[in-house]
Design a protein around this ligand. Sequence first.
Ligand SMILES: NC(=O)CC[C@H](N)C(=O)O
Length: 388
Amino acid sequence: MNQPANNPISNNQTAKLALSDGTVFTGTRFGAEGEYFGEVVFNTSLTGYQEILTDPSYNGQIVTMTYPLIGNYGINADDIESGRLSLRGFVCKELCREPSNFRSTQSLDDYLRANNVIGIEGIDTRALVRRIRTEGAMTGVLSTVDLDDASLVAKAQQSPDIVGQDLIKDVMPESAADWPTGLHEMLLDQVTPSSHQSNEGDKDFHVVAIDYGMKWNIPRHLKQMGCQVTVVPGTATAEEVLSHNPDGVFLSNGPGDPRPLDYAVGTIRDLLGKKPIFGICLGHQLLGLALGGEIFKLKFGHRGANQPVLNKETGRVEITSQNHGFALSGETLAEGTEVTHINLNDQTVEGIRHEGYGAFGIQYHPEASAGPHDSHYLFGEFRKMMAN
Ligand SMILES: NC(=O)CC[C@H](N)C(=O)O
């Protein structure tokens, strides 16, 4: 192999993934070397691996791609959803080592190595996904340094569970800042007048986005529809949020279990009824908790770009991009909260609204990136809410 002299790698090309149920997969290493534990999950998207790698919501997780060939269009400077890779490992059936795309500047192998993420290829990802679907998502260890099966399984069993951990503190910004840019020009033809063009005159709304590990395509969408966007850390209090005098408050996606995040729920509770609120994914779950709801863990989660969701109001089915392992129960929500969207695979709650407070939450990703654009209209709904 032709490696630069300042980035030596050992000759060890073997990597192992051990699950807490005792299953061990042996494959070929790519990317970095080392050892990490995480919750092992799978994503069914055919493309979008770069957006997945940079989605901060994967903090604490080892992500398996079900599509069998990954890396074929390389890595580019535009398709990133945050400034770093927060996931704990990346698993695929076959890594493409010769990417071909006019935008590609780097191979996936080099990108993972540069960002200290271990990749494993050449394992039976169908068997792994069947295991996760049957047993549920579980903790695993991915290693290139310890190749002893019994030792790895013991480590997987001793590693902490994702439930009950605060994982947003690792990925949120430290201070407030203005968001600078709209959507990438390649995405502009996807933007429809109803979702992004203001019909409320020339008013520029000011949105404060509470960032729990926000995917960048969300503030890009808000900016694209003419909003000024101020991003504040996920620890912000209601007082700090209101000090910016916003027209609306956005609650971002983010990693892990929403239940330990009392401080975030408290802030949202203090904001209810004071400003229009729109939450996506973790933001939706936190809004649900603030409205008296309960969170439960899904057996293996929804991760992919092909999840069917029914909009109960219009009867329209949207194909959506998703990444979540927890969900809001529809049973215990405060009076006045209605369930607006339902997942058609398992009937779980995908959207809620409290008309009186002017607040709504969506469990999936209307910003797509990567994924279908069926749900862009939700940004327009937020704008309408701010106009009223
Ligand atoms: N993408 C997200 O915001 C994920 C929400 C939450 N961490 C979950 O897994 O359910």
